[in-house]
Design a protein around this ligand. Structure first.
Ligand SMILES: C[S@@+](CC[C@H](N)C(=O)[O-])C[C@H]1O[C@@H](n2cnc3c(N)ncnc32)[C@H](O)[C@@H]1O
Length: 264
């Protein structure tokens, strides 16, 4: 990223920082609270915090590494739980921030997270285009693909590596109006191809067009209460039983509307 494109640091209402991207004309997180929203959407509503407390190995797949906040939260939960769950955290990022920006991030009243900015700066300082692997602890591995989502090689080889299937997907691009290429049926087909049968996909986004794209790709889709005053967020799974505690959308109707061109 050129200096002129480097995102600008902004404080959110829970005291944690986010970034503003001029390229996408959007904040990376909810201005009402970056840390609060990320914990709620990706770790609490999905049930991931409970899974991290078991010893079953799991893979988390993220679209958009951004500031690395979700990854740091993963380290934070593992540390607080004293968990020895083997976790592989896979993430894709086309426009990584500079180590200098990473070093300046802060996470409000979260001393553990605040101590991790040097780890973030180190990661951003070392990544090269393509796949990058970091052993963070004996139990936690980061696989960060530096490149466009469409260039990620893992979608074509996943069928040969069933043990690598993801248990949780954090679908965290910018919103569909500014980042439309990451909200298409084709994207959600690729994501389903790297998912285990028990997958939970979570996103802060509640747009009907995004839910329709998921339904067209074969996902079961549900609405959940949104974070910090947002009315709703979205969960999806291959397995409808994983969504029993949430209100399902009408996938059939959304697929019809998608085919009728309601969202083009
Ligand atoms: C909302 S931010 C992600 C926030 C992040 N998960 C965090 O915890 O800070 C969206 C990210 O998606 C990245 N992005 C947007 N389009 C992309 C694409 N086509 N391929 C890969 N990354 C993309 C952006 O550069 C940005 O870092």
């Amino acid at each position: 990223m050129n200096d002129k494109d480097e995102p600008i640091i902004k404080e959110t209402k829970d005291g944690s920082t986010t970034l503003f991207s001029a390229q996408f004309d959007q904040h990376y997180h909810n201005p009402n609270g970056a840390v609060t929203e990320s914990r709620y959407v990706f770790f609490e509503t999905t049930g991931l915090t409970k899974s991290l407390a078991t010893k079953t190995p799991l893979t988390i797949f993220e679209t958009g590494f951004g500031t690395g906040l979700n990854f740091l939260l993963c380290i934070d939960y593992l540390q607080k739980l004293g968990s020895e769950t083997p976790v592989t955290f896979k993430s894709i990022e086309a426009y990584p921030i500079s180590p200098e920006t990473a070093r300046k991030l802060s996470f409000g009243d979260e001393p553990f997270l605040n101590r991790q900015t040097s780890l973030l700066a180190d990661i951003f300082g070392r990544i090269k285009p393509g796949n990058n692997r970091f052993e963070i602890t004996p139990f936690l591995q980061l696989e960060l693909f530096y490149g466009l989502f469409d260039e990620y090689p893992g979608f074509s080889i996943s069928a040969e590596l069933p043990n690598n299937f993801s248990s949780y997907i954090f679908h965290d691009p910018f919103s569909p109006d500014v980042n439309p290429e990451l909200w298409t049926p084709n994207v959600f087909e690729k994501l389903i191809s790297v998912s285990s049968s028990e997958i939970i996909l979570a996103t802060y986004c509640a747009a009907t067009s995004a839910r329709a794209a998921m339904a067209v790709a074969g996902w079961n889709v549900a609405r959940a209460k949104g974070a910090l005053g947002k009315r709703e967020m979205t969960l999806a799974s291959k397995n409808a039983e994983k969504l029993l505690s949430f209100k399902r959308v009408n996938e059939k109707r959304l697929i019809e509307r998608f085919k009728d061109g309601d969202f083009s």
